[in-house]
Write a new protein. Structure first.
Length: 252
């Protein structure tokens, strides 16, 4: 528990530092750079995706989420990170298009992006210990159990393994320096985002089935909609902040 709290504090400090630097880069004339403006645009669009999910504005969400990862890809210093982020953008677009029955392209995009993240971390010496890998393995098994009867089970199995590998490597204690203190927190936020995607798919699927059985005037019908929107907003926030923290730590 103490380690979890310490990592949470480190992640919060890393996010505060990154956001403060971004605002300084666009408000201080002496510090203004294209990188600062890109990060500022990323944060603004990231917040917009949260509100779009919360209010159920599908077109607004598609418009604001599409540029997110390409903006980070434009500033990545490692040649492996840019393709990773672009692959992730493809995966995210496919999620918006086919939530209930994930496409092969969407699963491949998410998996490829995390495979690239993992490769960058591995090159930097990330390995982690048996406990770190064991915790992720249990989380993966729990996700498989929860979605065993859902059409998303294959996507959860493949994509979940990829994102949890990133989380395990990013959680290696040997990488906990001042420059990379947001690394583990960012990766764990992406794990949370993938879990929330699966939950939102389940809620949305239940809602679509309910509409075929219950009259529209039934008050119970609105509950899944509100739940799915709230979950979607949390998912969008975790996704945007997770990638932001991960890229920030890997490019310092």
């Amino acid at each position: 528990m103490n380690d979890f709290l310490a990592r949470t504090e480190e992640g919060t400090a890393a996010l505060t530092r990154a956001v403060s630097e971004t605002f300084a880069d666009v408000t201080d004339p002496a510090r203004r750079t294209p990188q600062g403006w890109r990060r500022f645009a990323y944060l603004a669009l990231g917040e917009s995706t949260v509100w779009a999910r919360l209010f159920g504005w599908k077109k607004a969400h598609v418009a604001t989420s599409a540029p997110l990862l390409p903006l980070l890809a434009a500033e990545a210093q490692d040649p492996t990170l840019s393709p990773a982020l672009l692959a992730g953008a493809v995966g995210q677009a496919e999620k918006s298009r086919r939530l209930h029955r994930p496409s092969l392209l969407g699963v491949a995009g998410v998996s490829a992006s995390h495979a690239a993240y993992s490769w960058v971390l591995y090159r930097r010496g990330a390995r982690n210990d048996a406990r770190g890998w064991g915790l992720r393995a249990m989380a993966w098994a729990a996700a498989l159990l929860a979605t065993r009867k859902q059409p998303t089970r294959t996507a959860v199995a493949v994509g979940g393994a990829a994102v949890l590998t990133t989380s395990a490597l990013a959680g290696d204690p040997r990488l906990r320096t001042d420059a990379t203190k947001g690394l583990s927190h960012g990766a764990n936020l992406l794990v949370a985002a993938e879990g929330l995607t699966a939950l939102r798919a389940r809620l949305s699927f239940a809602e679509s089935q309910q509409k075929t059985r219950i009259l529209k005037k039934n008050k119970k019908q609105s509950k899944p909609t509100k739940s799915a929107r709230a979950v979607g907003a949390a998912e969008a926030g975790a996704f945007a902040l997770g990638h932001f923290l991960l890229v920030d730590a890997l490019t310092r």
